[in-house]
Design a protein around this ligand. Sequence first.
Ligand SMILES: [Zn+2]
Length: 269
Amino acid sequence: MENIDNVSAYLSIGLLVALLVWESGAPFFDAFRGEPRRRVIHAGRNLFFTVANAIMISLGFAALWLWAANMAAANRFGILYWLNLSPGAGLIVSLLFFDLWTYWWHRLNHRIPFLWRFHRMHHSDPQMDVTTANRFHLGEIAISSLLRVPLILLIGAPLWHLALYEALMFPVVQFHHANVGLPHWLDRTLRIILVTPAMHKVHHSRWQPETDSNYTSMLSIWDRLFGTFRMREDLHSIRLGLDGFDDHEHQSLKGLLKTPLNQKSAKSQ
Ligand SMILES: [Zn+2]
């Protein structure tokens, strides 16, 4: 399990660096042209949430997840035990369940006004890039981490299944947030299975019918299956971000942390 976590950490740092280089050489949106300082400040704010969320998880939730996995194993509780699957089939079922839950959790964040208050901090980034992949409010991560306890119990998953899911899912999340574009044919081919940069740009559009689409994090099948898949021809005309949250007051670190308390609107318009 620790091996998976270590490989995952090195992979995400390596991918972060590679995508930052790609975004410097061939950005899809030229949001920071001639303003490297603004780009560094933007990245610093977003990466603050990586560190803060990682600390919060390691101090509390990781132990809770381990407890849940041990409880499931000790009582032979959960879908994997009930179906009596082979280890290989069990792993595939686990990965599919974790990804399915991530889809519905994300969809609920858009649907339930209380959850949207936290999740909109992720959407309020007007210059989405690879660092946005980590920009989640501590409140959102705390609630989702807590909900993983019953999820682990329900699946009956050993903790390394969750670690492997995160090791597979997070690079996809980093890639589809990156301010890069793939050739049309390649994006189209990849998004038969995975979420691509083109697909996720639509999700970060400030036009609500697009904001409320393309919820999935790793496998694109969930959006197709549940009717929330959406694409558009001209991706360059997308306006990223969230109306009412563009100014410094909302984009400063203090403003970001206060996003859930903002009375402006409980739901994107
Ligand atoms: Zn969202």
